[in-house]
Design a protein around this ligand. Structure first.
Ligand SMILES: Nc1nc2c(ncn2[C@@H]2O[C@H](COP(=O)(O)OP(=O)(O)OP(=O)(O)O)[C@@H](O)[C@H]2O)c(=O)[nH]1
Ligand SMILES: [Mg+2]
Length: 215
C-alpha cells in the first residue's frame, strides 16, 4: 500500500518543517508528499511541489490527485493545525474503512481553535448535517485518509473549501464506509489566514447544491 500525502497551500511558511515531520512519522511506510501551492512556488526538500492552475482549496486537492501515485490519499492542512503524528492514527483504520476522518468532535477529539471560529464551525456543521442528513460529527474536517478508488468512483465537483463534505456525502450514498478518529486541532502555527467572508456564502450554497444534486 502506498500513501500520498497532499498538502494544499496558499503561501504557508512552515512547509519544510511539516514535510520533515510527515516523513519522520511515515518512515516505515511507502509514501510521498505532494504540495499544491496556490502562491509562490519554492523548492521543499522531500516534497513534490505543484503550482495550482485552478482556484480554491477543493480544486487544489483535485489537481494534487493527478500527480498522486498512492492507493490511499491523506489530506492535511499546511499550517500545523493537524498534527503530523495523527496521520498514523488515520492509517490504522484505513484497511477496514474507505474514508477515515480526523475528527475534532468524537470522544477524545479536541479543537484549540479560536472561540469565534468554533462557533461559526458549529453552525456550519449542524446545518450541513441537517440538510444533508449526514451522521458524521466532523463533516467540515480537512484532515482525512481516503482510498484512491473512492475519488475515482465519485463525480467530484468542489466549490471553495469543503471538498471532504462533498466526498463524505456522495461516498455515503454509494455505500462506502466512513470512520472518525479523534484528533486534536491546533490554531495555525504561523502564516496568514486564507479564507474570506465570501467563503461563508459559498459553504451554504455548496450544501444546497449537493442536496439538490446540482454538483
Ligand atoms: N492550494 C491551495 N491551498 C489553499 C487554498 N486555500 C487555502 N489553502 C490551504 O488550505 C489549508 C487550510 O486553510 P486554512 O487557511 O488553514 O483554513 P482554516 O484552518 O479554516 O483557517 P486559518 O488556519 O485560521 O487560516 C491551508 O494549508 C491553506 O494554506 C487554495 O485556494 N489553494
Ligand atoms: Mg488553518
Amino acid at each position: 500500500m502506498k500513501i500520498s500525502v497532499l498538502i494544499p497551500s496558499k503561501n504557508e511558511p512552515l512547509l519544510r518543517e511539516l514535510t520533515y515531520e510527515i516523513h519522520k512519522n511515515l518512515k516505515s511506510l511507502d509514501h510521498e508528499v505532494i504540495i499544491v501551492e496556490f502562491g509562490e512556488i519554492e523548492e521543499i526538500p522531500g516534497a513534490k511541489v505543484i503550482k495550482q492552475k485552478s482556484k480554491g482549496l477543493g480544486n487544489a486537492i483535485m489537481e494534487g490527485l493527478n500527480h498522486a501515485k498512492g492507493d490511499v490519499i491523506v489530506t492535511i492542512d499546511g499550517d500545523f493545525s493537524h498534527r503530523p503524528e495523527d496521520i498514523l492514527k488515520l492509517l490504522k483504520k484505513i484497511n477496514s474503512f474507505d474514508i477515515v476522518i480526523g475528527s475534532r468532535f468524537v470522544k477524545g477529539g479536541l479543537t484549540n481553535d479560536k472561540t469565534h471560529r468554533r462557533l461559526i464551525s458549529w453552525v456550519y456543521r449542524n446545518f450541513a448535517s441537517l440538510v444533508l442528513g449526514l451522521k458524521i460529527k466532523d463533516n467540515m474536517s480537512g484532515f482525512a485518509a481516503i482510498k484512491r478508488e473512492v475519488y475515482d468512483n465519485l463525480r467530484i465537483n468542489p466549490l471553495g473549501f469543503k471538498i471532504n463534505l462533498e466526498i463524505m456525502y456522495k461516498a455515503k450514498k454509494k455505500g462506502y464506509k466512513i470512520y472518525e478518529v479523534p484528533i486534536v486541532f491546533e490554531k495555525r502555527k504561523a502564516g496568514k489566514p486564507t479564507s474570506s467572508a465570501s467563503e461563508a456564502f459559498r459553504i451554504i450554497r455548496y450544501i444546497f447544491e449537493l442536496k439538490f444534486g446540482l454538483r
